[in-house]
Design a protein around this ligand. Sequence first.
Ligand code: NAD
Ligand code: MG
Length: 410
Amino acid sequence: MINIAILGSTGSIGTSTLDVIARQTERFRAFALTAHSNVERLYEQCLRVIPDIAVMVDESSATELRERLKNNPKTQTIQVLHGSKALDEVASHKQVDYVMAAIVGAAGLRSSMAAAYSGKRILLANKESLVMSGALFMQAVKDNGATLLPIDSEHNAIFQSMPEKLNAVSANTAEYTDGQSSNLDAYGVEKILLTASGGPFLNKDLTQLQDVTPDQACAHPTWEMGRKISVDSATMMNKGLEVIEASWLFNASADDIQVVIHPQSVIHSMVAYSDGSVLAQLGNPDMRTPIAHALAWPKRMPSGVAPLDIFKIAQLNFQEPDFERFICLKLAYDALRIGGTAPAILNAANEIAVAAFLQEQIGFTQIAEIVQQTIEGVNAVPADSLDNILNADLEARKFSQMLCQSNLTA
Ligand code: NAD
Ligand code: MG
């Protein structure tokens, strides 16, 4: 039996993970479930899967959950922990085999790291931890014999389209890049073609972008996701973070990665080789496919995803991204080229700006402005220690918070 810790089990990825493992209960078991403060949903999940441990980051939510679980004879055995340290505890718990890292944002960094340091199979959805601390994270994976499998659909697709590289990553022999150099040549790889849907505003009049609402930004045409990543998809910051994520996972430089807008979201990414071959992974846009792939790897298992009906799709379209429309995508490429803590600064500023946008404190087009000004205003330093990275994160948060605030009072 494989024990899984699902970090962020109440979220979109967490819920899909529970759905996939419910189809294979003889093989997989949810050993630990964690959430920030959604007591209702975590309670309901606990009732369904009876994990050994449930973590609520928020203390008063933990107290409430503990009470409810105690009052039900079926759930009395479940241990309830609280605080963010408890996330690290379950991520490194000796009974845990696989860690699904599906917390949103920088809040997932420490627990993803804890999983790497304890040599787990890491199913990585929390791209922000790689964006912030790629070098340290990859080194920790390598040094501790962890196995890193990408859940992000594009990276999972690239992984599947790079069989030789796949072995290198899983065997922890990958060499790591600083965003400037790459070793893709050794695998005959010419380019990574990272696909993007283009989000809900791909064809919207640029002059109308400043007036879009959070609900419009979250109405993604092809994927159903949490609100933060949905806004990131609308600005294409999500793709920018994914470019950085790919650079670490596949030891690729910024120039090796071409973003391709593909509105149908059927091709989840491609890899172009020196002999002219282009390998791609296709499927319906449903995260249960990459989740099942990473759970079963190197084998395959059913995921519950409907088979792809290529006759119904009939047509696949591609276009180049426009950096004037998608300023955040350009800012992410810039941050990758700057290196050091620049991606952590970009990520922190983006988290603050997106939260402010979701709370209707700033307009949609101000997200990019705030990120840009923060990158200009906060100096990047080498990302060679967790302290440096967390300091950069904090400094960027303060800086961008100040920008949001001055907007409010303006
Ligand atoms: P979500 O908002 O639906 O869920 C987030 C989860 O994280 C919840 O369980 C929440 O309780 C937990 N959480 C939030 N803040 C926390 C904190 N401070 N401390 C501890 N836990 C906290 O998000 P999601 O869409 O499932 O995305 C999760 C991650 O997966 C993100 O990094 C996202 O970029 C990545 N991802 C998501 C998708 C998708 O389809 N949803 C696809 C690719 C990658
Ligand atoms: Mg993705």
